[in-house]
Design a protein around this ligand. Structure first.
Ligand code: PDD
Length: 297
C-alpha cells in the first residue's frame, strides 16, 4: 500500500515519523476517516470543513486552506494508486475504501506549550479497502452504556482516543458491538458513532455540543430523515428514556446506519431492527449508491 506522508507517496512500511512528533508524544493532532466508493469521496467538503475547524481549535497553523484542498486531491490520488477506484468486475460490487487522514503539530523537542520555533505539521493520509458490516446492519447489534469520562471538547476530532479505545474494549468484552457514553444522565456519543433513538415515529438525537462529535453521517441522516418526511428532533436523550424507545441506531462513516436491538441486556422495542431505522438505512445506501452512479455517468 502506498501512503502519503509529508509531501511524498511512499510504501506504508517505509513511512516513518520522528519520535519527537507531537502526535506521538502528546496526541497533539486531529484526524478524519472518509468513506470512498469507486474512487469518489463521500461528503468530502464536510470532512475537510471539520478538519479545518479542528486545526483552528488546536491552533495548528501552517496548513493553508489551499493546502486543505490539496489533501482532497491527495486522497483521490491514493485511491487511484492503490487500485481502489474500480469494483471487482466479476462480482459487480463497488470498490469500497476509507481514507485515514491525520495532521499533527509536527516534531519538536518535548515541551507542553507550543514549540517556540514554528513546526511544520505532519500530514499523513492512507487509503484502505473497506468491507461494510452488512450482516450487522441486517440483524442489528447490541450496546452497553458507560459513564462519559472524556474531556469537554469532544466536538474536536482529536487523535486522543484512549477513552474511546477503553470503552470499545469494554463493549467487546461484554459481547456488544458498541459502547454508548452517558454524561449527566443523557447520552452523548458512541465510542466511534453518533446515537439516535426513535420514539413514536419521531427520530431523536442529542443536539450538537462540545460533548459530542458533529458526525458527518449524523448530519446526512438528519437531512435524509427530513427529506423522507420523518420527524426529527435534536434534543437531549436521557438514558432512562431509552427504556421506552421504539428503536435505537448508530451512525458513522464506517458504521452507516446500524440498528441496536439490545441496550445493557434489555431489548429495545421489539428487539429487532425497526421500520424507521430500515428507511434511513436504505436512504443512506441510496446516497452512497448515487456517489457510485455519479462516476459511471
Ligand atoms: N469515528 N462519534 C465518535 C466519537 C466518532 O469517533 C465518530 C467517527 C463518530 C461518527 O462520525 P462520522 O459520521 O463523521 O464518521 C461519532 C471514526 C469513523 C473513527 O474514529 O474511525
Amino acid at each position: 500500500m502506498l501512503v502519503y506522508l509529508n509531501g511524498t507517496y511512499v510504501p506504508k512500511e517505509r513511512a516513518t515519523i520522528s519520535v519527537d512528533d507531537r502526535g506521538f508524544i502528546f496526541g497533539d493532532g486531529v484526524y478524519e476517516v472518509i468513506r470512498a466508493r469507486d474512487g469518489q469521496l463521500f461528503e468530502a467538503a464536510a470532512h475537510f470543513e471539520r478538519l479545518a475547524a479542528g486545526l483552528d481549535a488546536l491552533e495548528i497553523q501552517g496548513l493553508a486552506r489551499a493546502e486543505l484542498q490539496t489533501l482532497e486531491t491527495i486522497a483521490r490520488e491514493l485511491l487511484e494508486r492503490n487500485g481502489l477506484v474500480q469494483g471487482n468486475g466479476e462480482s459487480g460490487g463497488a470498490s469500497e475504501a476509507t481514507i485515514y487522514l491525520q495532521v499533527t503539530r509536527g516534531a519538536a523537542p518535548r515541551t507542553h506549550a507550543f514549540p517556540r520555533v514554528a513546526t511544520t505539521p505532519t500530514v499523513y493520509l492512507a487509503a484502505s479497502p473497506f468491507t461494510p458490516a452488512v450482516a450487522l446492519q441486517e440483524r442489528g447489534g447490541t450496546a452497553i452504556t458507560l459513564p462519559d469520562v472524556r474531556w469537554a471538547r469532544c466536538n474536536i476530532k482529536t487523535i486522543n482516543l484512549v477513552p474511546n479505545v477503553l470503552a470499545k474494549q469494554r463493549a467487546v468484552e461484554a459481547g456488544a458491538t458498541e459502547a454508548i457514553f452517558v454524561r449527566d444522565g443523557a447520552i452523548t456519543d458512541g465510542a466511534s458513532t453518533n446515537v439516535f433513538a426513535v420514539f413514536d415515529g419521531e427520530v431523536r438525537t442529542p443536539p450538537l455540543s462540545t460533548y459530542l462529535l458533529p458526525g458527518i453521517t449524523r448530519r446526512v441522516v438528519l437531512d435524509l430523515a427530513a427529506e423522507s418526511g420523518i420527524p426529527v428532533r435534536e434534543q437531549p436523550v436521557l438514558l432512562e428514556e431509552l427504556a421506552r424507545a421504539d428503536e435505537l441506531f448508530l451512525t458513522g462513516t464506517t458504521t452507516d446506519v446500524q440498528p441496536v436491538c439490545e441496550l445493557d441486556g434489555r431489548r429495545i422495542g421489539a428487539g429487532t431492527p425497526g421500520p424507521v431505522t430500515r428507511r434511513l438505512q436504505s436512504a443512506l445506501a441510496g446516497r452512497l449508491a448515487g456517489l457510485a452512479r455519479a462516476v459511471a455517468s
